[in-house]
Design a binder for this molecule. Structure first.
Ligand code: GAP
Length: 573
């Protein structure tokens, strides 16, 4: 018996949702092409996301390049920390993701949280073997494998570049321009829908783990001391939560709480909870089944290097919980790193003006270079800088005996008389604040996949098995299909005329006159078209003219006046 994953893969190929790319050349694992139905479904999901998370919340969308040069990823931490654990079979040379090997063959979930040494121990303890050739992996080393695709920018060896592993970095590096655009006012949100690339060790399950995928990300820049989310907007939205403490208990014990309760009881950070609420409502709207949906908190060891808290939206498909989005509190990690690495810290902060200027006392440190210069020559200014830093941290050192500083492995004793420390009063009109970042990050392909899996049904109609996708009309590739019962005696012309009219009105419409009518209904059921309009002989027999409107889920048909068709379809959609 086929499982749901196989059924979706089969439907994906047969009906043009998604399939292995470049199949004619044998294909390469981790790359999928969206066919006409899939591309339309994906586009509708992206538009719906845009309406909810970008326009709907007053945020603005950008498009940054997908290739970025090396310093960006040195700063972001991806060069050092964006690794998965790999184990290579010495016999057949197949590489496997070591944590997945453990998860797939033991009772352990979330093995990603373990270190390579712990995973090595578990592989030995459970005597795990290569999934391809069955050779024992007990004594094989588990190593870190960086997931970024590397490339060269420009001719020759050029500059080293990487395909971005998340769209987020394209937003962070542009912060200096974006804050100008936002007139230096926090909070503001920037969104981006675009491709991200990860050289996954073992791509799997169609759209679930691929090497090129689309993300829809929102980076909300906030002042951590002042900005609060508008919880009232989502306070009563009910959440099914799986916090870390419940994951440590036996069985799947969830917390059911409204957004307001989750915040008040300290289960979820208020900003993250706000976005969980908005996301939950959006998932309902686009057809993710709430009976197969939860929010799971990351274990501390599982969190990405930049996140201080993170919750995933997970959809249950074929008994596996699949992460379809992540909601991270990234704090000031990214902007601080880019500020430091690009040597432009002020560009990555926002000047926050006080309501009233404040008078502050400032310590002014001066080192007498007329003494240091002759004594230390070209080392004098470096020594002076070190003295200033030392006195700034502990002003009392300037009052007692010599000040000791170290430079190039040597110790220098400087007479404290060469340093003067003065307190001066200064008017301060504001301060530099490094914004914190709240990040809802959605995998578009995984959302497509979850919707396909959750809307897939089989039933019996007229004694025959039927497969259908109960897609919400908001995301369905086609809203209305128009058929002539037969393509003769003017039925085809009339049906074409109606299809044109509906298209002009703004519906997404498919016209189909091939094969028998039953088959045409089945085809539309399988691609999730909510309504079919059929022109038949009765159309011309009645005055005014009528057509049948068939509803996908119930298969019920009703006669509707052609002149009132648009209103009738809108009411049903
Ligand atoms: N900027 C944060 C970030 O990238 P992530 O959890 O690594 O966070 C966000 O990725 C989402 O992108 C995931 O929840 C998932 O839906 C999607 N995603 C990640 N890796 C993927 C892959 N290899 N194939 C398909 N989707 C993926």
């Amino acid at each position: 018996m086929e499982n749901l994953t196989q059924k979706i893969a089969e439907l994906g190929k047969r009906r043009g949702f998604f399939f292995q790319s470049s199949e004619a050349y044998g294909g390469v694992s981790g790359f999928q092409t969206y066919g006409p139905e899939g591309a339309e479904l994906k586009r509708n999901i992206e538009d719906s996301w845009r309406n909810t998370f970008s326009r709907g919340l007053g945020h603005r969308e950008i498009q940054a390049p997908t290739i970025m040069h090396e310093p960006v990823f040195q700063a972001s931490g991806h060069l050092d920390g964006f690794d998965d654990m790999i184990i290579e079979c010495p016999e057949c040379e197949t590489s496997s993701r070591a944590d997945h090997l453990v998860e797939d063959n033991t009772d352990i979930n979330e093995a990603e949280a373990f270190s390579p040494e712990q995973i090595e121990g578990l592989i030995k303890e459970h005597d795990l073997v290569c999934p391809d050739c069955g050779n024992s992996l007990s004594d094989v080393e588990v190593e870190d494998f960086n997931l970024m695709f590397e490339t060269n920018i420009g001719p020759g060896s050029g500059q080293k570049g990487y395909l971005r592993p998340e769209t987020a970095q394209g937003i962070f590096v542009e912060f200096p321009r974006l804050k100008q655009y936002a007139r230096n006012q926090l909070p503001f949100g920037i969104t981006q829908i675009g491709k991200a690339y990860r050289n996954e060790i073992s791509p799997r399950k169609g759209l679930v783990r691929v090497r090129e995928f689309t993300q829809a990300e929102l980076e909300h820049f906030i002042d951590p001391d002042e900005d609060k989310p508008d919880i009232s907007r989502v306070e009563n939205v009910e959440l099914l939560l799986y916090p870390v403490n419940k994951q440590e208990e036996n069985g799947e014990n969830y917390v059911e709480a409204s957004v307001k309760e989750a915040v008040n009881e300290g289960i979820v950070n208020e900003w993250v909870a706000y976005y969980l609420g908005i996301a939950k409502e959006w998932y309902v709207e686009i057809g993710v089944d709430m009976e197969r949906f939860r929010f799971r908190q990351h274990q501390p060891d599982e969190r990405a290097h930049y996140a201080s808290d993170c919750w995933d939206a997970e959809a249950l498909i074929d008994g596996d919980w699949i992460e379809i989005a992540g909601f991270a509190y990234r704090g000031c990690y990214d902007l601080t790193k880019h500020g430091k690495h690009s040597d432009s810290e002020r560009e990555f902060s926002v000047f926050k003006e006080y309501d009233e200027p404040e008078t502050v006392e400032k310590t002014k440190i001066e080192v007498d270079m007329s003494v240091l210069g002759p004594e230390f020559g070209d080392k004098a200014s470096e020594i002076a800088e070190k003295i200033e830093r030392k006195v700034e941290l502990a002003p009392e050192v300037a009052e007692e005996g010599p000040i000791f500083v170290h430079l190039d492995g040597e110790e220098y004793a400087i007479d404290s008389d060469t340093v003067s420390v003065k307190k001066e009063k200064e008017k301060k009109t504001g301060e530099e604040v490094v914004p914190h970042v709240v990040e809802p990050s959605f995998g578009v392909g995984r959302t497509v996949y979850a919707i396909l899996a959750h809307s897939y049904y089989e039933d019996i109609v007229d004694g025959e098995e039927r497969r259908l996708l109960r897609l919400e009309s908001e995301v369905a590739p086609t809203e209305v299909a128009v058929f002539p019962l037969m393509n003769k005696e003017g039925l085809g012309e009339k049906a074409r005329e109606i299809a044109e009219r509906l298209r002009d009105y703004g519906f997404s419409v498919k016209y189909d006159d091939s094969g028998n009518i039953g088959k045409r209904y089945r085809r539309q059921d399988e691609v999730g078209t909510p309504l079919c309009v059929t022109v038949d002989y009765e159309t011309f027999e009645q005055e005014p003219e009528t057509v049948t409107v068939r509803e996908r889920d119930s298969t019920e048909q009703e006669r509707v006046r052609v002149e009132e068709l648009e209103e009738a379809l809108i009411a049903r959609l």
